[in-house]
Write a protein that binds this ligand. Structure first.
Ligand SMILES: C[S@@+](CC[C@H](N)C(=O)[O-])C[C@H]1O[C@@H](n2cnc3c(N)ncnc32)[C@H](O)[C@@H]1O
Length: 278
């Protein structure tokens, strides 16, 4: 039984950070004329009602998407992300927040393919319903780490994998590093976007060591902290590792994270660097 429910956190700063970066990766992948494959190993329900009692409980979206919604000074790099959110709210009032599957679906062209895995039975049922009539999307009730084994390498030989674990069990940073090593062994040229929460500094150093020890090259690391170091009463910040980022993604990531820091993190910090260069 999985305890984590993303509905409590939908649209929070971590979702904004994650989906804003995801959109740049997808835009780059979809800019080339060849079909691509997209795998979301921890897909969630796909769409979140922010008026649902779970979303209202701590109203985390208010300090996330809520801070961007009414602004008219968004950088052009964020436009496709906001388009994805606006598409779910055609009457102009923020009520629904798109999860990564809906954000990504907007980038699929006729020949592209998307596979979603989710381990929570209730969530996967909702997700399946959302894409029931979509022949380009397949939804599996499956452990995301098994999905990596089952789906890679994809026939298309190009594309993107999002690993967005809920980190609700011990040892997950290690599991993620191991999963990356395994996936990369099967498919070395894919783009991998791996989200993680900022934990205690020793845990983060251990994670970085484990990732570096895989021997994988070309790993960009993006982080956004909305609270100062030592903060423990809520999620302090989050990061994303991007393996094989598209050309110029590093500059885009720096611009996006810098802007998000200004808008979402009065008391925080950011970091964009090559954890492992080419
Ligand atoms: C952070 S949420 C995903 C959010 C989604 N990627 C998005 O951006 O909209 C993590 C999801 O992973 C699911 N989950 C937890 N462990 C899993 C596993 N081993 N395999 C697949 N899904 C899992 C949870 O039920 C939850 O829906």
């Amino acid at each position: 039984m999985l305890a984590y429910r993303h509905h409590f956190h939908a649209g929070n700063f971590a979702d904004v950070f994650k989906h804003a970066a995801l959109v740049r990766l997808l835009a780059a992948v979809a800019a080339k004329d060849k079909p691509f494959f997209y795998l979301d190993t921890h897909a969630g329900i796909g769409r979140y009602d922010l008026q649902h009692p779970w979303a209202q409980k701590n109203a985390e979206f208010r300090d996330g998407i809520g801070r961007l919604w009414d602004r008219n000074d968004l950088p052009a790099l964020l436009a496709p992300y906001m388009d994805a959110v606006r598409a779910e709210n055609p009457n102009g009032r923020l009520r629904f927040y798109p999860g990564s599957p809906l954000v990504a679906r907007r980038f699929l062209r006729a020949g592209d393919r998307m596979v979603l895995s989710e381990l929570n039975q209730t969530d996967v049922a909702e997700l399946g319903e959302l894409f029931a009539r979509d022949r380009q999307v397949t939804v599996h009730l499956m452990d995301g780490y098994h999905a990596l084994k089952a789906q890679l390498p994809p026939a298309e030989r190009r594309g993107l994998v999002l690993v967005d674990s809920s980190f609700d069990r011990a040892g997950e940073l290690r599991r993620v590093a191991d999963a990356l090593a395994l996936a990369h062994e099967r498919w070395a040229t894919g783009i991998y976007a791996i989200w993680y929460p900022l934990m205690e500094p020793p845990a983060m150093r251990g994670f970085e060591r484990d990732v570096v020890a895989t021997g994988i090259r070309k790993i960009l690391q993006l982080e956004l902290a909305v609270r100062p170091e030592g903060w423990t009463s809520s999620l302090r910040g989050c990061g994303m590792l991007v393996v094989n980022p598209p050309y110029r993604f590093d500059g885009e990531a720096e611009a996006i994270v810098a802007w998000l820091e200004r808008v979402l993190a009065a008391d925080g910090s950011r970091r964009v660097r090559w954890l492992v260069p080419e």
